[in-house]
Structures are given as C-alpha cells and as structure tokens.
Design a protein around this ligand. Structure first.
Ligand code: AMP
Ligand code: MG
Length: 379
C-alpha cells in the first residue's frame, strides 16, 4: 500500500501463472465436450469440486463432476455447463445441447504467465497495480526516491500564512501553490519560507535550499526592477544561469540554472505566472527526476466556443474550461486572464496555447494542455 502513487523502479516479473490451473467461471458441471451431442445425454456425476480444493481424480468418458465458480477443473474435463442449463437427478445429470470445448472455463495463465513482465518500470502505481502485486506475492517493490524540491518566496510585501497582512502587505500565495504543484508532480516539497528583497537574505536561503534539496524553485524578484535580486543571489550562491526571460504570457521573467548539476528555477512572482511557468518548465523536469514514463500533461485539440485572443508578441497560455460537446471538447476562457487573478487557475481545466498576435475564432481548433482530470461536474 505504501507504493501507491509512487513510480516503479524495477520491472515486475510474474513469479507465477495466474490462474495456476483451468477453473470454472460458473456453478455447474464439469464435463468432456466430446461427450455432448445435439440430443440430450445423461452423464454420471462422480465428484464435487468446491473452490479451495483440488479434484479427487481425473474425469473419464461419460462422467461429470459438480463444480463451483473458481474451482479447478479435473484433468480430462474441458468445459462447464451452468447448473441452470441441466436437469440433475441424484448422481445423474442430463445435458441437453452440444457444449463447446472451453465453455465457462478460465484457462490457466489467462491473466498472467510466469516470467511475463506485468508492470514496466516508470509506471505510477495505482490501485490495479497494488492488486496485481498482491496477487503475485510482492509485499515490497522498488520505487524511485522522490526528489526534494525547496520552495522560496521573495518579497518585502509578503505576509506569510498565519500573519495578518500589515499596511501594503499581501498574503503569500506562491509558497503554497508551488508546494502543492510539487506534490502533484510526485516530489517532496521543502518550505524555505519568505525572504525579503535583500541580496544577503535571499542568498542565505538559497544556500540553505541547495544544502537540503535536489531542486530549488524561487518566485518573484526575477524581473528588471532594482529590487529584483534573485538572479544575483543565485549566482552568488554558486549557480550558473543558463537562460533569462521566455517569450510567453503569462510569465516572461523566468530564469533557469544549475548548481553542481542541481536545477534551479527562478519563477515570476505573479501567482498565475508562477503556476503556469511551474507547469511548463518545472513539472516536466520533476517528472523525469521521479522516473515516471509519463512526463507531459495530456493535450487535446478543442474547439474554441468563443473567440480566444492573444494580442502581443508573446505566445499565450490562456486559462480555459473544457466542456464536452457533440463534436468533441469545447474551450471557453475562464474570464479575465490577468496574471494576478488566481481564480482563473482555480476555474481552469487547461491552458490553451495561442501563437503571438492571434485570435482563434469561435469554432476553430485550439490545442489545450489538460491540467486536471475532466470529471463531469454536478452543477
Ligand atoms: P515581482 O516579480 O517581485 O515584482 O512580483 C510580481 C508580483 O507578484 C507582485 O505584485 C508581487 O507582490 C506578487 N508576488 C510575489 N510573490 C508573491 C507570493 N509569494 N504570493 C503572492 N504574490 C506574490
Ligand atoms: Mg518583488
């Protein structure tokens, strides 16, 4: 059970054939198909096999045995006729029609054969995998370690959870949305708290992060203002920065670097920008680090249910809801797309990808990154 939700690090090879013997899928009579003909035939009932016991002896020509669901077929038998299809009288049973070989028999190995790889490494273990592992006698399996991901929020204006925001302060959102995104990606978050906009303070937290985690993710302070000190702090703490700024909306100010092979992401401060850039840049990296075979979110092609406009020179990732229509999924904007409007993320089923300076007309197709399972909602 501890493996649920973890990513498998080894192939699961079946040690057994399941089911180990042919068995009945009905309560009825085990027989030899060749003993039945078009016209009624009477067979001797020479035994009784219940689930959990083996037949006492093989079946001979002209014989049948009473059998119950899941019980092993006797040697010589190759079919079962359900009890409701026969006339039974003491130790005789009358079979009316012709019974096909294999009828109501689950063959040995129909589920799994010994030596089969039944679950591939990289697969996230769900309830069905847990059941199969138990069936095969695995009480322990090797899974990938969850990478530790340190989350740092920066900004003089931030009042952390539990504090009443003072004059000019705002609540700290990003620490919590980003930690939750880390968990959803299958990794372990480490909370580095909030650092004020001071080079020394940020540098100190970043060093703490590198000492305690495999990945560092910061938010805010990565733009062009005089209080945007994150890049300098990352470099001071030994990170090499590989890029700065991506032409996208939301979320242009973003930096990525490494320190001794450990990735560091400086995400923008606006809550929507932080979440969207996490989705696009951090999540795939974490999925790879957790060993998962599924790296990317699913995408689908929807039809715009209204014009979806992306003015400006940056590629747009617009928050949309998805609805099932007669011709597949339709996409509708969640409303105002401001990058500080976190409610747009709460409402969003996905991100519609719209090229720069483009309006997708109603009825036209649009590619959508699906962010959540599309469960029917009761309204
Ligand atoms: P910055 O990039 O530092 O200028 O931040 C951009 C915007 O995001 C500003 O309005 C900040 O107040 C806001 N912001 C930064 N960090 C957070 C946070 N942790 N939670 C909520 N809003 C934030
Ligand atoms: Mg700031």
């Amino acid at each position: 059970m501890g493996a649920l939700g973890r990513v498998l690090a080894e192939p699961i090879v079946s040690r057994a054939t399941i089911p180990p013997w042919p068995n009945s899928s009905m309560d009825g009579y085990a027989l030899r198909a060749q003993d039945t003909r078009g016209e009624p035939v009477e067979l001797a009932v020479v035994g009784r096999i219940i689930a959990g016991a083996m037949p006492s002896r093989p079946l001979k020509a002209g014989e049948s045995m009473r059998i119950f669901t899941g019980a092993p077929l006797p040697e010589g038998a190759d079919a079962v006729v359900p009890q409701e299809d026969v006339a039974a009288d003491g130790d005789r049973v009358t079979i009316r029609g012709r019974i096909a070989a294999g009828a109501y028999v689950r063959p040995a190995g129909e589920d799994v054969r010994a030596g089969d790889v039944v679950v591939e490494p990289g697969r996230t273990i769900g309830a069905a995998e847990v059941g199969l592992l138990a069936t095969l006698g695995y009480s322990q399996v090797r899974v990938h370690r969850r990478p530790r991901v340190a989350i740092l929020s920066t900004g003089n204006e931030l009042a952390d959870l539990g504090m009443e925001p003072g004059p000019g302060q705002i609540p700290n959102t990003n620490t919590y949305s980003l930690m939750a995104q880390v968990v959803e990606a299958g990794a372990d978050p480490v909370n580095l708290g909030v650092a004020p906009d001071q080079l020394e303070a940020i540098t100190e937290r970043v060093r703490w992060g590198f000492a305690s985690a495999d990945v560092l993710v910061s938010s805010a302070g990565v733009s062009v203002g005089e209080l945007d000190l994150v890049r300098a702090a990352l470099e001071r703490s030994g990170a090499e920065l590989h890029l700065w700024q991506v032409s996208m909306r939301p979320g242009k100010p973003i930096t990525f670097g490494t320190r001794e092979g450990r990735p560091v992401f400086g995400l923008p401060g606006n809550p929507v920008s932080a979440m969207v850039t996490f989705e696009l840049f951090v999540r795939p990296a974490l999925r790879r680090m957790v060993g998962a075979d599924a790296i990317d979110r699913p995408r689908l092609r929807a039809r715009a249910l209204q014009p979806i406009a992306n003015p400006g020179s940056r590629r747009g990732y617009l928050r949309v809801t998805l609805e099932e229509t007669a011709t597949g999924y339709g996409a509708r904007l969640t409303g105002d797309q401001g990058s500080a409007i976190l409610r747009s993320m709460v409402l969003a089923d996905g991100l519609a990808i719209v090229p720069p300076d483009t309006t997708i007309a109603a009825g036209e197709p649009v590619d959508v990154i699906v962010l959540r399972s599309l469960e029917p909602r009761s309204r």
